[in-house]
Design a protein around this ligand. Structure first.
Ligand code: UDP
Length: 407
């Protein structure tokens, strides 16, 4: 059972008291989160941590997942890519698939929240149920970098998002002119989750042994991400090859599958081809075992997030929380997490990434300092408690004074 009190030693008693006070005003309201996968990717990661703590606060919260065929998730992946500004053709037949699956979910899902909290484009069409749920408030939470979306796709989604009461984005750069009021709320990490807690020496040894990785042999450069073109794993390999000419190191690429991402095998194949059998490149396609990710981040000398587009990149906060020096692209929500040359290094190209990785491998004291600063920045801004507070405030803001229950 998640217990908010243990966060006290990290964020202080006042923060906990504040959360309990805010939560008190929401007694009697049910919050229903809906997204498109229970496992894999940042959204599922965050929901799995937020929901138990909301419950601990006495906020009646539940989480459901839409159903969709593989064909539907092919379409939604194209929508996702188009929202990120990547050229992708969405044909009339593809929109038909999207509309059919949406209609099916609209018809069959048990929607029961006083606040309906819909994550990302895949389930956005559930808003069609709004007329039948007169008192419910609807929030669309967009986790995607929509700073430069494909116009046609964005306008199509506008038929849906303009009917919501509120929209939430991770970065101010993603905001657009739209009917619902907008909130800027960044994601967060849970310092007590298996992915971020302290790990034992035995756990580290077990994981390293399982994947045959020896951090003593050569320093490890690591990127943890789904095998997705927008995470640019092939670009990471190219950067590693540039670094390797000057500093001997090994590269660890780790990715799992997400039920709503059909491109894993294609991209993983490209990664293996680019690796070309280099024994110092470990490209792992893994099951979802959070403490293993924790270990990989902890044994790395440098953590990389060389994304081309990014909603937020929880992996950056996760690595910084572990005091790791991070080299990451200045895209999406990453610059919120990294102040360049203070709490990590931002890069703009493969060459830039290589330059920064090399610099950090050559200057361990500087790397350590960046990691320390980065950790403090995450403690102050990107832990779960700040995120929960902002969600509670958002929920309350949807009601007028008379609707709110006095605790
Ligand atoms: N992740 C994981 N196993 C992997 C790769 C990623 O558990 O093999 C996790 C990662 O630690 C992070 C989440 O999945 O918590 C990815 O979130 P992020 O915001 O970085 O990217 P997204 O996948 O949502 O685009």
């Amino acid at each position: 059972m998640a217990n908010l009190n243990r966060y006290k030693k990290i964020v202080g008693q006042e923060t906990i008291d504040e959360l309990r006070t805010l939560a008190g005003y929401l007694r009697g309201k049910k919050i229903q989160h809906i997204n498109s996968t229970a496992v894999g990717g940042g959204v599922a990661e965050i929901l799995s941590k937020i929901i138990p703590l909301m419950k601990d606060l006495g906020v009646d919260t539940c989480w459901d997942v839409i159903k969709g065929s593989p064909e539907f998730f092919n379409v939604t992946k194209s929508i996702h890519n188009a929202l990120h500004g990547k050229e992708s053709l969405i044909t009339k037949e593809m929109w038909d698939v999207f509309n059919d699956v949406t209609a099916q979910n609209v018809k069959e899902m048990d929607l029961r929240g006083d606040i309906m909290f819909i994550h990302d484009p895949q389930p956005i069409g559930l808003i069609d149920r709004k007329p039948g749920m007169k008192d419910a408030k609807w929030i669309w939470r967009c986790h995607v970098d929509v700073s430069k979306p494909d116009r046609k796709v964005w306008d199509f989604l506008g038929n849906y998002f303009n009917r919501y009461d509120a929209a939430v984005f991770s970065s101010a750069h993603f905001s657009h002119t739209m009917k619902p009021r907008q909130a800027l709320i960044s994601p967060s990490i849970d310092p007590f989750s298996d992915k971020n807690r302290e790990v034992t020496g035995e756990e580290i040894a077990t994981v390293l042994n399982k994947y045959k990785i020896d951090p003593q042999a050569k320093p490890i450069v690591c990127q943890i991400s789904r095998y997705d073109a927008l995470k640019d794993p092939v670009g990471v390999i190219q950067a590693y090859k540039m670094v390797k000419k000057y500093v001997d190191c090994q590269l660890l690429l780790v990715g799992n599958r997400a039920a709503d991402d059909p491109e894993t095998d294609k991209i993983y194949k490209q990664v293996l081809e680019a690796a070309g059998g280099d024994p110092d490149i470990h490209a792992l396609l893994v099951e979802d075992v959070p403490y293993e990710i924790n270990v990989f981040q902890r044994v790395a000398s440098v953590v990389v997030q060389k994304s081309i587009r990014e909603g937020f990149a929880l992996t950056v906060s996760e690595a910084l929380w572990k005091g790791k020096p991070v080299v990451a692209s200045a895209v999406g929500g990453i610059p919120l997490q990294i102040k360049h040359r203070y709490g990590g290094l931002l890069c703009h190209s493969i060459e830039g990434a290589a330059f920064s990785i090399k610099q950090l491998l050559n200057a361990p004291d500087y790397a350590k300092k960046l990691g320390e600063n980065g950790r403090e920045h995450i403690r102050q801004n990107f832990l779960l408690t700040r995120h929960i507070k902002e969600y509670l405030l958002l929920f309350l803001s949807l009601y007028s004074e008379n609707d709110v229950i006095t605790p």
